[in-house]
Design a protein around this ligand. Structure first.
Ligand SMILES: [Fe+2]
Ligand SMILES: [Fe+2]
Length: 304
């Protein structure tokens, strides 16, 4: 059995002080106002600390973290998130993909999300997968744990002022097709990590993955077993029928959400994946934040 914890959208706060007034031009000016007016009340870092303790108590074999570690892509946010990741766990225990808030504006890779590159690099080389290169983006990358393969995608591209969408792009989609094909031939259980909801209809156009129709067609053709995403700050559970069986598409709320307004309270999912009589099964436990008790409790369990 392989056990995997999934969490997302930590939005580590509070915002560090900017280094210069230039840090608050354009989209980040709006982002800063938005943070102080609204978002800082939607994210409590103490909840993520409690979540990490709860995850550790369950000692999963691996952790998947699907982006939005930070808020408006200030230089210091990247640095603090790197320390946060290091305190959470080792890069070979945690696999990360970036979210739109990690690419809030164009930022040099090496000084930005590249500081987290150890958590976003592959450890097997496949046709279509990218290797261990810290000086440039590395997506898709593939990590192997026994007969489980985790495929990391980046949908994080800087967006115009009022958009929070994402895009994989033609190259990444083409490489993903090759990777999925190859992994299926080799009999792997295939888990995709992506920040944005991967299918059309799971969020508004303004917040959607631009090429979700292309991704859907590609998934229908090549299949995948489990697709983990964040971004919506809500629970999500969808099944996509593919040529190689159902793909389970699962979203988690923000890891720091105390449950305010439209968003679900923080939760993480524990997947217990096993191969029984030649077929893969996954048992899921949803651990949700109980604000009254100040701890995480089991909300539900089910099989996929
Ligand atoms: Fe988010
Ligand atoms: Fe997001």
């Amino acid at each position: 059995m392989f056990t995997l914890a999934h969490l997302s959208d930590v939005h580590i706060g509070p915002l560090p002080r900017a280094e210069s007034w230039r840090d608050y031009l354009g989209k980040r000016a709006l982002g800063k106002i938005n943070w102080h007016r609204r978002r800082r009340f939607l994210h409590d870092p103490a909840i993520a600390m409690a979540m990490i303790a709860d995850i550790r108590a369950h000692s999963p074999d691996h952790v998947a973290l699907t982006g939005d570690l930070i808020n408006i892509a200030l230089r210091q946010e990247f640095v603090e998130a790197a320390l946060w990741l290091k305190a959470f766990g080792l890069p070979d225990w945690i696999t990360l993909v970036p979210g739109n808030h990690d690419a809030y504006r164009p930022f040099p890779w090496a000084e930005g999300a590249g500081l987290w590159a150890d958590y976003m690099t592959g450890d097997i080389k496949l046709p279509g997968s990218r290797g261990n290169v810290a000086t440039e983006p590395v997506f898709p990358f593939v990590r192997q744990r026994r007969n489980i393969a985790m495929i990391g995608l980046s949908s994080a591209v800087p967006q115009s002022l009022f958009r929070a969408g994402g895009r994989l792009g033609v190259d990444q989609l083409e490489q993903l097709g090759q990777v999925l094909h190859e992994l299926r031939q080799r009999g792997f259980y295939r888990i995709i990590l992506i920040h944005h909801p991967p299918l059309p209809g799971l969020t508004t156009r303004r917040r959607a993955l631009d090429d979700n129709e292309s991704l859907k067609r590609l998934l229908e053709e090549h299949g995948a077993d489990l697709i983990l995403y964040g971004h919506n700050h809500r629970h999500g559970r969808t099944t996509l029928e593919t040529r190689s069986g159902p793909a389970h598409v699962m979203g988690v709320p923000s890891a720091t959400s105390p449950a305010q307004g439209d968003y679900d309270a923080a939760a993480w999912y524990l997947y217990k994946i096993r191969r029984l009589d030649g077929a893969w099964t996954a048992n899921v436990t949803v651990r949700g934040w109980d604000g009254q008790k100040g701890t995480f409790v089991t909300r539900t369990t089910f099989d996929l």
